[in-house]
Design a protein. Structure first.
Length: 182
């Protein structure tokens, strides 16, 4: 199978279901941003972090492929069976955040992104996740989007924030707190 098809050379692409849309279509922007997020999750996952966290990140990558598939499908025309998100997927993120928060110090300040490389990657991924969520909410105002997707993305950005704190804690690094100039 060739990777290039030349069918997008004129600035259009096909959704699952066959509908042709311009490459700047909001649905394309949504699943393209999911792909960007997934790439950063992969970058975090291959850092020198706890094996359990690597496994959770691999699970998240799988869920992001599920989300991308759903967003790439024309809700009016697609007949393809696409995996779906489940309440357990959201619960996994919540349970992981609760587990990490058990050992973290109480959050008393806003945290500035940074501190070390892997923590910075988490913050970049968190920002991309928030952008993905905003785009998906916008799309849902115009077309069908499974509500679980928006919830998952919202929870995932929270998870990435807590993961950044946990990785900073594991590295015994000081959190990069914001002390506003008054």
């Amino acid at each position: 199978m060739k990777i290039y098809t030349k069918t997008g050379d004129r600035g259009e692409t096909s959704l699952i279901g066959g509908t042709r849309v311009p490459k700047f279509h909001l649905r394309i922007e949504c699943y393209g941003t999911v792909d960007e997020l997934n790439s950063y999750i992969g970058l975090i996952q291959c850092q020198d972090i706890d094996t359990h966290q690597q496994q959770i990140l691999k699970e998240i990558q799988d869920r992001l492929f599920t989300i991308g598939s759903s967003l790439a499908a024309d809700p009016e025309k697609s007949r393809m069976k696409i995996p779906d998100l489940k309440a357990e997927d959201i619960m996994l993120l919540e349970d992981e955040m609760d587990r990490m928060n058990e050992v973290l110090p109480e959050l008393t300040h806003f945290i500035l992104p940074g501190g070390n490389t892997v923590v910075s990657y988490c913050h970049i991924a968190r920002c991309i996740c928030r952008r993905t969520e905003r785009l998906t909410v916008h799309l849902s105002a115009e077309s069908f989007v499974d509500n679980q997707i928006t919830i998952y993305l919202n929870r995932l950005s929270d998870y990435l924030f807590v993961l950044a704190r946990k990785l900073s804690f594991d590295a015994q690094a000081d959190e990069n707190i914001w002390l506003p100039r008054l």
